[in-house]
Design a binder for this molecule. Sequence first.
Ligand SMILES: [Zn+2]
Length: 247
Amino acid sequence: MTEFLFMKSAEANYVREFDAIVIDSGTDAAAGAYVVLDKTAFYAEGGGQPTDTGILSWDSGARQAKVKLVTKKNGVRHFIVGEVPQKGATVHGALDWENRYALMRYHTAQHLLSAVVYDLYNGAHTVGNQIYANKSRADFYPAKFTDDDLKRIEEECNRRIALKPDVKIYEESRDSLEARMPQQRANLDLLPKSIAMLRIVEIDGFDVVPCAGTHVRNLSELGRLKIVAKETKGADKERVTFVLENE
Ligand SMILES: [Zn+2]
């Protein structure tokens, strides 16, 4: 099992370099050579958030490989290009931080947008999302947005950003969360019942949702949210695309 170093707190999402031990390696016919580490700060693609990329180095930096993809299908595999470190070796990992930090900002902004739409439009909930480092989108159902609606959503997002709420990350049991939150609000219906312990991402005062993604520690880091597109994706389903602009 690989420990993800970003899980336990909001602060932990800012770990961009770490040391780890290679516990397995191999080659996948499609994606190439990979290593498995005892712990990692690299995010493995999933939940609408893309993989982290970066570098693994070892032998005091004399040897290195590029991390091009991290997946968690059969254990957490770091697919690499370059030399392959030996099993048992200690490697130093370094994330492509510019990319990861952008993904943290966009993922947190998606939670904010989802909370705003839920609050303003009678529980319209998020049924899909895709995070990128330069834009993101979320799908809402049931929803039908006019241009004025989009303006209202955008304004409410930016009003909340201006209040600078903290983002908290912690563990909570499913039973405890179910007791204090409506099922739909926390998207609990999307999670397999077998998951008893949840990793909660909370925007203080505005949103509580289970999520394994990486996030910023305060909404002030988002800058300004701007909705740039809306598409209707079937009856009562709307796709909203947004960007973040620096103040
Ligand atoms: Zn999330």
